[in-house]
Structure formats: C-alpha cells, structure tokens
Design a protein around this ligand. Sequence first.
Ligand code: PEP
Ligand code: MN
Length: 277
Amino acid sequence: MNRLPKIQPPQPQSTDATKPVHITSDFAVGSSDVVLMAGPCSVENYAQTRAAAEAVARVGGRVLRGGAFKPRTSPDSFQGLGEQGLEILRDVADEFGLLVITEALAVEHVPLVARYADIIQLGSRNMQHYPLLWAVGELEKPVLLKRGFMSTIDEWLKAAEHISSRGNTNIILCERGIRTFETATRNTLDTNAIALAKQLSPYPVIADPSHATGRAALVLPAARAALAAGADGLLVEFHPDPAHALSDGQQSLPLSTLPHFVEEMGKITAVFNRTFT
Ligand code: PEP
Ligand code: MN
C-alpha cells in the first residue's frame, strides 16, 4: 500500500544549550539554579530600599532590583532619584552582600550605571534603541535585555545581536509581557517566548511577572507559569508598602510575602530538578 510521505512542519534550529552568564565568580544566571531578582520598581529613599535588601537577603536571594532612572509614561510621574538612587542601591546591597540590577535609560547613563550595577537593565521601551545596545555592547558587564512590549521574538533576538556584535555576549533575556487586545491585564505574559528564546539563543531567559500582569494578585501564578516554561530566573517587584509606592504599586507584592513567594517557586523548580534562590 502506498503511503504518502509524512510532512514535517519546519522546526526551529534548537541550540538547547543555555550558556550561563557569570555575574561573579560564584554566581551565574542560566545554570541549574533559577535566580530571584527582587526589589522595588523605583528606589524611593534609603529606608525603603534597605528594607527590600534585607528581605531579599533573608530569603537567600542574591540580586536586588530597583530603578534610579525611570521610564515613565507620564512626564508628571516620579522619574527616579538618578545618581542618588544608584548610591542608595549600592550601599544597601553591599551591606547585605547582594548584587545590583538597575536600568540604564540613555546612552549617557551607561558609564555611570556600569559603575554602580552588577547587571545593566535595558528596558522594554528601549529594546530597539540601537545606540544604547551598542554602548552596553562595548562593555563586559552583564546586560539584561527586556523584550519590547510590541516586539516580536525575532526582533528581540536581533536586538541581542546588536549587543553581541560589539563584543559583549554576557546577555540575559527578559520576557516582561507584550501588548495584546486584552485590557484586563497590563500586558500578556508570553510563555511561548520564554521557551522559544531558550531554544533559539544561547542566552539565559528570565521573566518579569510584575510588568507582564500589572496586578499583584497575578504575579504568583504568572511566575509559576514562567518557571514551568523554563525561565532561568524572575525579576519581581516587591515593596515594603505597595499602597504608597511612587511607581507600580498596583503590581508590587508586599515584602512580607517574599518568603511565601520563594517557597512556592521552589515547589515548581523542584519538579525540574532545579533550585530557586
Ligand atoms: C522596570 O523593570 O521597572 C521597568 C520599567 O520595566 P519595563 O522596561 O519592562 O517596563
Ligand atoms: Mn516597574
């Protein structure tokens, strides 16, 4: 009996081998350890940032997040403390032995941010700001490249190539939600993108369930989904008092819930023989 040949759909070329990005000699993103990067959306003052650092350190976290230069939709919103914010971040991170991730918003900020940060974050709105990609590409400092909220996976990976083309291959990708027709949530977490970016690139991929959902009550379930899809880490907004946060309070989890969050993430990573710290 004649059988028609089976037609295979085209498969993406899978590298299936994430190359860990070493932040220090004893800490990498993209290994079997799934990493937590947590802290406030914005550095608002010393006490708020110190409280976040203390809470992150207490759960065994290694990386403190916080924005000093903030990309805000409205020019009337809090724009961040600038260099003073970087000083606060570095100070409290050093006190608790943490690493710092913070955003460089403009090319002229890159040398300054690189002095204070262990990982330079490039934000969603800047994913295709090529001069900024080239500027961080000239450094060796690890870069977290957030996906543009209206960018395809292909555009995101090409943006990473703009960085690597200048020599810096210490790149971590971050899926932070894309704009869809849905308005009930701030963005839509694209779990496909987490899995596909890991298959198509050598870079670790982490997820930001805070900006992906825009709702504190959805952060935990979205984080679970991201880890199930293979994310190598999470960038999550926590605040000592979300109701009074100067930015993104509606999606920030109270610091008091951090131990529970870490415990829940540990249950997911255990399924994949990975740890969560
Ligand atoms: C942030 O991490 O606070 C931020 C501004 O994120 P995004 O660039 O994803 O909007
Ligand atoms: Mn934010």
